[in-house]
Design a protein around this ligand. Sequence first.
Ligand SMILES: Nc1ncnc2c1ncn2[C@@H]1O[C@H](COP(=O)(O)OP(=O)(O)OP(=O)(O)O)[C@@H](O)[C@H]1O
Ligand SMILES: [Mg+2]
Length: 312
Amino acid sequence: MNDGENSAPDSFEDYSIVASGLKKSFGKLRVLNDLSVKIPGGTTYCLLGPNGSGKTTLIRAVAGLLRLDGGDLRVLGEPVSNVRRVYPRIGYMTQHKALYPDLTLRENMEFYAGLYGIEGVRMSERISELLDMVDLAEHSDRITGDLSGGMYQRLSLACTLIHEPDLLLLDEPTVGIDPILREAFWRFFDDLAEKGATILITTHLMDEAERCKIVGYMRAGKMLAEGSPEELKRLAGLRPVLKLWVNDPEASASILSSRGFDVRRVEDVLQVTIEDHQQLKEVLDQVVPLDLRLIEPSIGDAFLRLAEDESR
Ligand SMILES: Nc1ncnc2c1ncn2[C@@H]1O[C@H](COP(=O)(O)OP(=O)(O)OP(=O)(O)O)[C@@H](O)[C@H]1O
Ligand SMILES: [Mg+2]
């Protein structure tokens, strides 16, 4: 793979997706606005962003289902237009219902297996394995249209995985899934990534974003901020805050201020913004609190901050 790419400034082999300057409009609506992103192989990458920010459109472009107006997109080392090389290595779970409602669960899975040329014993073994994984084995002969929302999602995931794809595109895969199965899904995603698969996922659930190696925050068709969950919080200007309960708040506040710390006093509690663990230690060298609590910003706080900050 990647023939002839050795002269490129970056090694494309390290990335499952390399998008530069992607453009897409629907009529007058610009949905991908010069969007660039690089997604390394074997990672879990979460796309965050408000409704309509272009996440599904980006995923559809990566799946080769969208004609772009401009830009360059390489997927698994190939131009995305090289459908015959790229498509068999991708598993795409859409945000919308994509299974045949009149078929049984097993028949839907057989249909997907057929699309990828999986048949015979290999097909039946793979179907049994996946139905077990999503806890639907005992329902395999039911009609898909009769399934509950969560069961339907589970079947969609099983169908998406039938051909052991190298790149998984999961558009809100856990909507309607109960917390126990959600946890099982995530352990499974982590395991797949560990084995080398790349997982590009969208979610509106912040605890899921927090579990990903990289989070990209999109707004209005652009990638505004990207990094590990911790880095994204810092990019959004958020820092941990140390709350201190002390005997003499006024004296402690003035000691910390004189040392250059950003201290706020809320009634008798001091709130000190902390840059890193070294600073935490320095604060505790200066004051001996009666009690303390470290409040870490959440990825949800970062999302809100980035969404608010229209000027970025
Ligand atoms: N085929 C289409 N024709 C016209 N407009 C479209 C089409 N597909 C998407 N759009 C519009 O493009 C914008 C981005 O849509 P997209 O589905 O990519 O958003 P999203 O970030 O996935 O949102 P959500 O969080 O709600 O899933 C929206 O305004 C949507 O209405
Ligand atoms: Mg979407």
